[in-house]
Design a protein around this ligand. Sequence first.
Ligand SMILES: O=C[C@H](O)[C@H](O)COP(=O)(O)O
Ligand SMILES: C=C(OP(=O)(O)O)C(=O)O
Ligand SMILES: [Mn+2]
Length: 461
Amino acid sequence: MLDASPVPSLDELHALNPLQQPTYADQGALADVIGKLRTLPPLVFAGECDELRAKMASVAAGEAFLLQGGDCAETFEGVTADNIQNKLRTLLSMAVVLTYAAQVPIVKVGRMAGQYAKPRSSGSETRDGVTLPAYRGDAVNGFAFSPASREPDPQRLLGVYNASSATLNLTRAFVTGGFAHLRRVHSWNANFVLSSGAGVRYQDLADEIDRALAFMVACGIDDDAFRTVDFYSSHEALVMEYEHALTRIDSRTRQPYGTSGHFLWIGERTRQLDGAHVELMRHIRNPLGVKLGPTTTADTALELADRLDPDHEPGRITFITRMGAGKVRDILPEVVAKVTASGRQVAWVCDPMHGNTFEARNGYKTRAFSDVVEELNGFFDVHEELGTWPGGVHVELTGDDVTECVGGSDDLVEADLVNRYETLCDPRLNRNQSLELAFLVAERLTSGRIRRAKAVQAAAV
Ligand SMILES: O=C[C@H](O)[C@H](O)COP(=O)(O)O
Ligand SMILES: C=C(OP(=O)(O)O)C(=O)O
Ligand SMILES: [Mn+2]
């Protein structure tokens, strides 16, 4: 059973001193915005959150794999048809490759339609001797470096609602209206294989998928089954006012749900056991993610699981580990082993981005594709050794040809970063880097599948 106590009030949450919150100068304007948000319809339906929780239970059980990705920070300006379409196209392309390799359903979740608030390492930013509040995402303030722009503006929370609503609307239309047709999506991958430098390496896999598709069509498998996909939204639940105002009681079950997105996660910086974020999130029924960085101990993970999921509900908890390429092999094993030994079945997902950020010599914040791959390989190796299921990947990506991370199929170097560096927060994989990552993960999933099948065969003789 979910904690039977009522959802805490906003005042009660603030009494817990939530971290990483904006300070609003105009409390009257803030109250008006919260009042308005409380009257607006939910962005997602509670039943969809239940459906996703059931899918995450399959991930935790080793019967499905999660692909979660999108921008580090969505922007209001980025709410365009092209931008949404490109991101979706990239995620769906990756999902096809992963489905074929894993031979289990891929649960598709965008860091989309709500990912507008950012926790920061520092509350301020200094340029040429001028210090202003740090940019905290379009949910809070503007990126432009001026006092007016950096002042937290509560009206922006309504902007988040509207931008999320428009993104969800188009996304829902795309994934049910023919855009996501399997053969169409696979043709995008075939194009990647033909046109990208690294693609050649994946020619065989792409050809195999071609043949599998042709076989299914020849067998007369209903083409309609290829036309639509399930796709869900997710974001870091960060700003108390917004998440609280969109916490609603479901008319079917009388239970509270966070209706700002299907899957909500608690960030590495705000996952204190007695903190406001954990307190709010433990009351809602959505599937929840918790980021676990390199300082995580197994006991912390267990305490978080106990607090957020006292009933061991299937699919409730996803641990998104982001240890860093150099640390994952040292730190992850004990965490996974102890949580598993406790009898808990959680979904284990690798975020190979946030532990691998560095500043390039020319000042750009970047990540090396090789580090991203190294952390993923460490994650797969650790789970292979422990006999646990590497349940998914969580990546910051875009559907465009940006130059924000170095390495990958196009061999981007630091000097290239200047060409198309568009992120307002962390560097994202571009389209080719994302697809290359999907093919690399596919190789790990295929080899894991073959290894497990051999072990079962050996045990049977
Ligand atoms: O996306 C994650 C964090 O918000 C981001 O990594 C913080 O970046 P910063 O260290 O530049 O504040
Ligand atoms: C803030 C993020 O990550 P983390 O909490 O892991 O640092 C993020 O995913 O954007
Ligand atoms: Mn980020």
